[in-house]
Design a protein around this ligand. Structure first.
Ligand code: CAA
Ligand code: NAI
Length: 719
């Protein structure tokens, strides 16, 4: 847990040994306390170096321990003792110094960092604050504005930035530990008082209150309803206005308000869910750690529309050569210019040169003979996609993987028209594809484990959070979206307004409510799909009662909005009105209000007052209910996967943990009771009927979300 050695006859080298990230578990804290005591008491030892095994200094507290009672020595007295000791202590930072690991470095009298090291206080992202003196020492060392930024965002910084800020004393390209030992020997005779950060006076700007006010406003705007960054600001204020001994008490009080909060539990759940989601497994026993991905050096993208362009950028910026195909010369040229512009902007932002030499543009599928993998991103039209896949099957070498970016069509039907169904898989990106982190890897029944492993690993290489899902209409994310959006439009019929519904969802934490989001995405896309599936337009069976389709409730208001040419932001009108086409400033539109009033009077609907609670319950419980069905159907392997999809693909607020975690926090019994209530009130809405899995979990005593999988495993899996 911590190895103790004497090197160069007089330097105690303490190495943290807790793989994979040398987290400060109770055992590590215990071992460190013992090692420090030994070093300080041994007269042979004149200096101490602290480092971490396997090129990683320390990833901070062991987050897994947060769920239980504190065991082992607490960190604060241990860190205070290191700082107060009379022998110089040097931190040798390689890899990462995060959270408690960074706070450990702050109490060391000197810091040497490897040039590739990263430092940061990411506690805020876990719903807590740096409570081992971080909020008190960092402002004393680097000043209030810089400390506020790092502590309230949790941003990681490079060794070079840490040097500029005065956090580290030296950056080296050599072995940081060896450099630190030499440094420690030279530091032996030097006085330590100015190196004890807690003894420094915080450099305080004259306009402290104004500065804190501005940062508070920014934080409230960016992270609506999130508690931790606000507590961080209060802790930093204490560093500016109180002596260290009082500030550290304030830090600890603020930590106590956060530590057991629902937000902290949700954010810590998200941390582990994100890591669990990559660990896919198939009923055959093939899984993430026993299936080897293929190496992908070259790829092709078919269709340079909204999605294709972003996918090209995602591939090229990680060094994969890409052939982009369009159907017409003009479209190819437009797509090419867009991709080059995007890549150049992206490279400029990252301070690297754009990899334009990796790109090739063509009108001919014949050029794809030798690529390792193809991603099709043509229109959402099954007949067209089938033609493309048949053609690819003829042109590409037999080993080429064929992927589709369809947002909901049957991946297996596409596999069926090829000569290699085992090499076909869905790679469902989200718009804009070079920005959004989510990738749904859609596993057809015939996709081989090697194919899935390759798509998952390619996603990771592109910096995506990849989640393996089964093949059904809409897969996971878009399948769940339907009941959620349906509830929003039913609520409009019943008396709510778009702005009321959006406000309730935004107050819950979504960056945008459902109607503002739809205006951004474009209303015509869904309208086209509804027309194609006979839900609206000339193909509707006239025998259908007006607000019913396929025997269930149907709300035609979105169709009526589109019939007026209101397609959202791009036309300057949608559920809201905008200053101009392409405008983003949404204002309530009296014409929509009129439309709703006329609609209600035509169908003799008496509008009623709808509470925010009803909006949240109907939209979010319907969403989670579909999530339970998806688990039951074996389309997602575990609730964490669904939550990760909603966090990274649909803007679900992270401090709520995702729809499934949120349902567990509300209490499954309550969710069941409310769904039963709403289903009774709206029997023609099958999505409100509680799913059998939800009922089963309630009958089993509402187990924690991490154990739901045990209750699902006997059911059929599509993965
Ligand atoms: N505690 C417990 N487990 C941790 C951990 C931690 N601090 N950091 C990482 N892990 C685990 C991960 O869950 C993962 O476990 P599995 O292999 O079982 O999935 C494993 O270590 C490897 O992690 P990653 O897959 O994330 O590895 P990576 O190389 O991509 O990233 C990392 C490494 C940058 C350190 C990243 O893991 C990370 O950001 N960790 C969290 C750092 C953090 O937030 N620290 C602050 C903790 S709170 C604190 O320190 C409070 C305090 O004041 C004392
Ligand atoms: P788009 O309409 O912007 O682009 C499609 C492009 O494909 C057009 O440029 C078209 O000229 C080209 N194309 C059509 N037939 C072709 C052919 N035979 N050969 C070469 N190019 C051809 O569509 P968008 O939005 O990019 O969608 C593409 C696919 O991605 C669809 O399946 C869609 O469902 C899916 N998708 C879309 C998302 C979105 O938000 N737009 C999100 C996730 C998936």
């Amino acid at each position: 847990m911590a190895r103790y050695e004497l090197v160069k006859r007089s330097v105690a080298l303490i190495t943290l040994t807790n793989p994979p990230v040398n987290a400060l578990s109770s055992a590590v804290r215990h071992a460190m306390a013992k090692s420090m005591e030994q070093a300080l008491n041994d007269p042979k030892v004149t200096a101490v170096v602290i480092c971490g095994e396997n090129g990683r200094f320390c990833g901070g507290a062991d987050i897994r321990e947060f769920a239980g009672p504190l065991r082992g020595p607490p960190l604060v007295p241990l860190l205070d003792a290191i700082e107060a000791g009379e022998k110089p202590v040097v931190a040798a930072i390689e890899g990462v110094a995060l959270g408690g690991g960074f706070e450990l470095a702050l109490v060391c009298h000197y810091c040497i960092a490897h040039f590739k090291a990263r430092l940061g206080l990411p506690e805020v992202t876990l719903g807590i604050l740096p409570a081992a003196g971080g909020t008190q020492r960092l402002p004393r060392l680097i000043g209030i504005p810089a400390a506020l930024e790092l502590i309230t965002t949790g941003r990681h910084i490079s060794a070079q930035e840490a040097l500029k800020l005065g956090i580290v004393d030296q950056v080296t390209e050599q072995n940081a530990c060896e450099v630190a030992v030499e440094f420690a020997l030279r530091a032996v005779a030097k006085p330590l008082s100015s190196r004890r950060v807690s003894m420094l006076t915080t450099p305080c700007p004259p306009d402290l209150d104004a500065l804190l006010e501005v940062v508070t406003m920014e934080v409230k705007k960016k992270a609506r309803g999130v508690m931790a960054p606000l507590a961080c600001i209060q802790a930093v204020r204490a560093a500016a206005t109180m002596p260290y001994s009082k500030g550290i008490k304030r830090e600890s009080e603020l930590m106590a308000t956060l530590f057991n909060s629902g937000q902290a539990r949700a954010l810590q759940y998200c941390f582990f869910a994100q890591r669990t989601a990559g660990k896919w497994t198939l009923p055959s026993g093939a899984q993430w750690n026993n299936s080897k991905p293929r190496e992908i050096r070259s790829a092709a993208i078919i269709g340079l529309g909204t999605m294709g362009r972003g996918i090209v950028v995602s591939l090229a910026r990680v060094g994969i050569s890409v052939i982009a195909v369009e159907s017409e010369k003009k479209l190819l040229e437009t797509g090419k210019q867009m991709v080059i512009g995007m890549l150049e902007r992206d490279a400029k932002r990252r301070g690297v040169s754009a990899s334009l030499n990796l790109l090739k543009f063509t009108l001919s599928l014949q050029d794809l003979k030798d690529v390792d993998l193809v991603i099709e991103a043509v229109f959402e039209d099954m007949a067209l996609k089938k033609r493309v896949f048949q053609e690819l099957s003829k042109v590409c070498r037999p080993a080429t993987l064929l992927c589709t970016n369809t947002s909901g069509l049957d991946v297996d039907a596409l596999a069926g028209v090829t000569d290699r169904p085992h090499l076909v898989v869905g790679m469902h990106f989200f718009s804009p594809a070079h920005v959004m982190k989510l990738l749904e890897v859609v596993c057809g029944p015939r996709s081989s484990s090697e194919t899935i492993a390759t798509a998952m690993s390619l996603g990771k290489r592109m910096g995506k959070v990849s989640v393996a899902v089964g093949n059904c209409p809409g897969f996971v994310g878009n399948r769940m979206l339907k009941p959620y959006m349906d509830q929003a439009t039913f609520l409009l019929e019943e008396g709510a307004t778009p702005e009321q519904i959006d406000k309730a969802l935004e107050d819950f934490g979504f960056a945008m409510g459902v109607f503002r989001m739809s205006d951004l995405a474009g209303l015509d896309v869904g309208w086209r799909i509804r027309k194609e599936s006979g839900l609206t337009g000339p193909d509707v069976d006239p025998k259908n009662p007006p607000r019913r389709r396929h025997g269930r409730r149907y709300c035609p208001i979105p169709d009526m909005v589109c019939e007026q040419g209101r397609f959202g932001q791009k036309t300057g009108r949608g559920w809201y009105m905008y200053d101009k086409p392409g405008g983003t400033n949404a204002k309530p539109d009296p014409l929509i209000q009129n439309l709703l009033e006329m609609y209600r009077s035509r169908y003799a609907i008496q509008p009623r007052n709808i509470s925010d609670q009803e909006i949240i319950e109907r939209c979010l419980f319907a969403l989670a209910n579909e999530g339970f069905r998806i688990l039951e159907d074996g389309i997602a392997a575990r609730p964490e996967d669904i939550d990760v999809i909603y966090l990274f693909g649909y803007g679900f607020p992270r401090h709520r943990g995702g729809p499934m975690f949120y349902a567990s926090m509300v209490g499954l019994e309550r969710v069941l009771e409310r769904l039963e209530h709403y289903h009774q009130a709206h029997p023609d809405v099958p999505h409100l009927e509680p799913s059998p899995l939800l009922k089963k979990l309630v009958a089993c005593g509402s187990p924690s979300v991490q154990t739901w999988r045990e209750h699902i495993k006997t059911m059929h899996s599509h993965l």
